[in-house]
Design a protein around this ligand. Structure first.
Ligand SMILES: NC(=O)c1ccc[n+]([C@@H]2O[C@H](COP(=O)([O-])OP(=O)(O)OC[C@H]3O[C@@H](n4cnc5c(N)ncnc54)[C@H](O)[C@@H]3O)[C@@H](O)[C@H]2O)c1
Length: 436
């Protein structure tokens, strides 16, 4: 099939590469000309395991091409995927300006019958709006489909090659046939392709992200209560997770959820509910709990130092909003660093992948360390902010020798409080029982 991807970011580039890998001809379009020029030279703008090799291979084989020309992308394809950003607007709603503007251009450039697929996360009713926009100008038949994306950054290629499920919102029989054929190579192990109406598909994406965000906020609330009542959230988590109705995944408390999706999608769904005169009370609490949780680590730190952080050297391990990605959009690390800068602490940071992105935000304000141990030199406390694997089994003796004071605030509960105590560290986790 001839496919165009409009918006070559985390979703567009990964999905484009995966479609090319299954034999389709894919043209990835982006408004960012520098990004396109780099992609043509084999330079990948994001870190995703397995992506670079897949992009290179498919580009070399001529199945994956890049352009900054939207007209060409529309004209050359029979299926057009919209993978455009839908960031949070000032009022909390999803900003649809890019999606709607590109839809206008598609209407103008439509040169034959086509399918337009919305992969961006968009509020219920957006597919209808896209359809109306294109209908005003289009001289050919077209279908607009909702096909929300569920990939996880850090495992995006694997998720796209083997998705848990594919959700497709369309009621058109011919389109159902084409989408079934397109996705057949990805569901050979029997994972479902769920066809439903457009609005249900749009809602499914928000429902999934809002539910996952709720799980995180629920565990964070419980962790905070555990600290007050002398229970250990890690045992509680294990005890809960063995119930198959609950399941073990996504029960880890921490420093709050971040990234480019959960925060904005929770807010956008709240906005949709308000616009429809129905308040999603649960989501309001999820959002509030998360805002509070992003402050938890700094609050513990301030308490430990009696509010005196000026000139104190604080080390941070992990900047990305989660491991295996360089994405720092809405990352808890940003809030933590900003708070520490306000408190006039000296900050030394390490992240295996995200340092380049962090430099754009904090160049000249904090110390960037290429090695995790370098970040510890002279530190009076270490904050674990992202649970990268390389932080899980550190050389505790070496850590202790480098730090001015052996104090760890573990925002991801990756260490055993007992081990830390035996190694001579003062250890603070999230919702953990203190070891006397
Ligand atoms: N990142 C994720 O993990 C993820 C997962 C599921 C769904 N989504 C959703 O997918 C959508 C895209 O997210 P993303 O993370 O890939 O965004 P992104 O910011 O990584 O990529 C979007 C790309 O679109 C380009 N772009 C912006 N305006 C454009 C225009 N007018 N024409 C052409 N290109 C344009 C940008 O330059 C950028 O390269 C969002 O709605 C997001 O909520 C994201």
């Amino acid at each position: 099939m001839k496919i165009s991807i409009i918006g070559t970011g985390y979703v567009g580039l990964v999905q484009g590469a995966c479609f090319a890998d299954t034999g389709n001809n894919v043209l990835c379009m982006d408004i960012d000309e520098k990004k396109i020029a780099n992609l043509k030279r084999g330079i990948i703008p994001i870190y995703e395991p397995g992506l670079e090799e897949m992009v290179r291979r498919n580009a070399q084989d001529g199945r994956l091409e890049f352009t900054a020309n939207l007209k060409m992308a529309v004209e050359k394809s029979s299926i057009i995927f919209l993978c455009l950003p839908t960031p949070q607007s000032d009022d909390g709603s999803a900003d649809l300006s890019r999606v709607l503007k590109v839809s206008e251009s598609i209407a103008e450039y439509l040169n034959e019958d086509k399918i337009i697929v919305s992969k961006s996360t968009v509020p219920v009713g957006t597919v209808d709006r896209i359809r109306q926009i294109i209908r005003k100008k289009a001289k050919h038949d077209f279908e607009v489909v909702s096909n929300p994306e569920f990939l996880k950054e850090g495992a995006a290629v694997q998720d796209s090659l083997k998705p848990d499920r594919i959700v497709i919102g369309t009621r058109n029989k011919k389109t159902i046939g084409i989408m079934t054929e397109l996705y057949a190579p990805f569901v050979r192990t029997g994972n479902p392709v769920l066809f439903m109406d457009e609005r249900s598909a749009e809602m499914t994406k928000y429902a999934s992200n809002a539910f996952l965000a709720s799980k995180i906020s629920f565990m964070n609330e419980l962790a905070n209560l555990c600290e007050k009542v002398g229970a250990d959230i890690d045992w509680v988590r294990r005890g809960m997770g063995t119930d198959p109705r609950i399941g073990p995944q996504f029960l880890f408390p921490g420093v709050g959820y971040g990234g480019s999706c959960f925060p904005k999608d929770v807010k956008a769904l709240m906005k949709t509910s308000q616009e429809n005169e129905y308040e999603l009370k649960i989501l309001r609490a999820v959002d509030e709990v998360n805002a509070n949780q992003k402050k938890v680590l700094v609050r513990k730190l301030v308490k430990h130092f009696n509010g005196q952080l000026r000139g104190k050297c604080i080390a941070l391990w992990g900047l990305a909003f989660k491991p295996q990605t360089d994405d720092m959009r809405d990352a808890p690390a940003i809030e933590i660093i900003n708070a520490l800068l306000d408190l006039e602490a000296d900050i030394r940071v390490h992240d295996p992948i995200a340092l380049t992105r962090a430099k754009v935000l904090y160049d000249g304000k904090i110390e960037f360390c290429e090695n995790s141990y370098d970040a510890l030199k002279g530190a009076e406390a270490l904050l674990i902010v992202t649970e990268w694997n390389e932080f899980r089994r550190p050389d505790l003796k070496r850590m202790k020798s480098l730090m001015k004071k052996p104090v760890v605030f573990d925002g991801r509960n990756i260490y055993d409080p007992k081990d830390m105590k035996e190694a001579g560290f003062t250890y603070h986790g999230i919702g953990r029982k203190s070891i006397d």
